[in-house]
Design a protein around this ligand. Structure first.
Ligand code: GAP
Length: 448
């Protein structure tokens, strides 16, 4: 069950326990950029692995790609991002700070007239006069080659979807697929967000897990529902996120991205409120049609059974890795009273826990260290899990440290172990301790 964890508590825990650090922290950081530490990278890798398994491995008609971050800028012209990927912005007329106009106005509307009206008597957070709202393009720019001019401009991708659409025909042909089929990708995307904030919730360098499902236009409703349900089940059943912390949010007309005919987000109860976690969008045949027009290449599909030629429609499933991690941490954060003390424990589903098992020798005596080292090495090799070995501090402190990073099992090796070939396994959530034969240790762990 999620506790009322604040952003500050979550950010502090993430830093103290090595999940997330500010990027370039020793230079006072850089707004909108974050580094993942030793436990963060494990958690993120596990989330990506679970998503890939559920999407690519468990659906025989879905295939993975890994496209370049920088593509021909014509791709983004065709997709409409150069013209339309923007947010409304207002500027503090005294100090030049920029803000999302819709955030300041406290509305979901991005209509400039509506915003202008709502903001007409408002001051900036620093108490200064604000500019009129205007649109601001979020594409991150760079230049390719030695000359920086208009013809060498390129963009860091704002979504991974772009190279999925341009590879539609390559993937269809090489996998000999018929509709419906899907293409999945995990990768970095970049957005020059006006006001990055709320820890890793809104960042400028993000990672997305996206899947585009190519279908016959008649199949839209069914597939839209299917991928909405997929997202919900993935979060609840695989990641163990509580349904109480989730709700559906259907996009109003003025809220939808320029490419979508329908959009449903799963909102999660983040520390700063219910906010978007995972989007399912009906992108119709918008993208393939745009790319056909810009490239002059034929991206239509011929259905041999019905002898029909058409441009496939696309249902998109899109979620940010960082937001998923933040949701997992928020959902897992628990404070409990144990013997008059507060125990902080991350109740993360074992399958995504950064560390699965901690091996903790009760003393630094050589014979115990030798046995503990053997238990550690054998278990790492036989399971392939990320396992920790910790011989420092008191056992109580070591348990507390493992609880705070969400390790499902602590294994203590004591002097009895030398005689009876058993170790004590402590389960994270119940704190129950069980004596287990070293040879049975692997089968005792419930990780999947
Ligand atoms: N291809 C569709 C697309 O990119 P989106 O709603 O803009 O749609 C999809 O983004 C997901 O990516 C969001 O639901 C969110 O999880 C994540 N995301 C988007 N912008 C983000 C940002 N600035 N920081 C962190 N995550 C972000």
């Amino acid at each position: 069950m999620s506790k009322e964890v604040t952003l500050e508590t979550l950010t502090n825990l993430a830093k103290r326990r090595g999940f997330v650090f500010q990027a370039s922290e020793i230079y006072n950081g850089l707004a909108g950029f974050w580094d993942y530490g030793p436990y963060g990278v494990e958690l993120v890798n596990n989330l990506k692995q679970q998503w890939w398994r559920a999407v690519v491995f468990e659906n025989r008609e879905i295939f993975g790609v890994d496209g370049a971050i920088i593509q021909n800028p014509r791709l983004w012209k065709a997709s409409g991002h150069i013209a339309g990927f923007s947010d409304p912005m207002v500027e503090d007329l005294k100090n030049g700070k920029r803000y999302r106009a819709d955030h300041l106005a406290g509305t979901d509307s991005t209509d400039l007239n509506v915003l202008s009206e709502l903001l007409k008597d408002k001051k900036s957070p620093d108490g200064n006069q604000l500019s009129e709202p205007r649109v601001f393009n979020m594409m991150m720019k760079t230049w390719i080659g030695p000359v920086e001019n208009d013809s060498s401009v390129a963009y860091l991708r704002p979504e991974t979807a772009g190279s999925i659409f341009t590879n539609f025909e390559n993937v269809r042909e090489t996998t000999r697929s018929k509709l419906p089929f899907g293409i999945a990708q995990i990768g970095k995307a970049f957005r020059n967000e006006i006001s990055p904030r709320d820890f890793i919730f809104r960042v400028r360098e993000l990672e997305q897990m996206e899947m585009q499902y190519f279908i016959h236009p008649n199949d839209q409703q069914k597939q839209y529902e299917r991928w909405r349900e997929f997202a919900w089940k993935f979060l609840t059943e695989r990641l163990g996120i509580s349904e109480e912390n989730m709700q559906w949010h259907e996009h109003e007309d003025q809220e939808r991205a320029f490419y979508a005919a329908a959009a449903h987000d799963i909102y999660f109860r983040f520390p700063h409120g219910f906010k978007e976690l995972w989007g399912t969008h009906n992108r119709t045949n918008y993208d393939l049609t745009c790319h056909m027009q810009e490239s002059g290449k034929d991206l239509t599909y011929f259905d041999e059974a019905t002898r029909e030629r058409f441009t496939p429609n696309v249902i998109e499933s899109s979620v940010g890795v960082g937001r998923m991690m933040m949701a997992v941490l928020t959902n897992a954060y628990t404070e409990e009273e144990v013997n008059g003390e507060t125990r902080v424990v991350l109740k993360i589903a074992p399958v995504i826990a950064p560390v699965k098992v901690a091996i903790l020798p009760l003393s630094k005596k050589p014979e115990l260290m030798t046995l503990s080292d053997k238990v550690y090495t054998n278990l790492v090799r036989s399971t392939g899990y990320n396992i920790e070995y910790d011989e420092t501090q008191s056992i109580g402190k070591r348990y507390r440290r493992q609880d705070e990073i969400g390790t499902p099992y602590c294994v203590t090796v004591d002097f009895e172990s030398l005689n009876d070939g058993c170790v004590t396994v402590r389960e994270r959530d119940t704190m129950q301790q069980t004596r287990v034969k070293i040879n049975d240790l692997e089968s005792h762990l419930k990780i999947r």
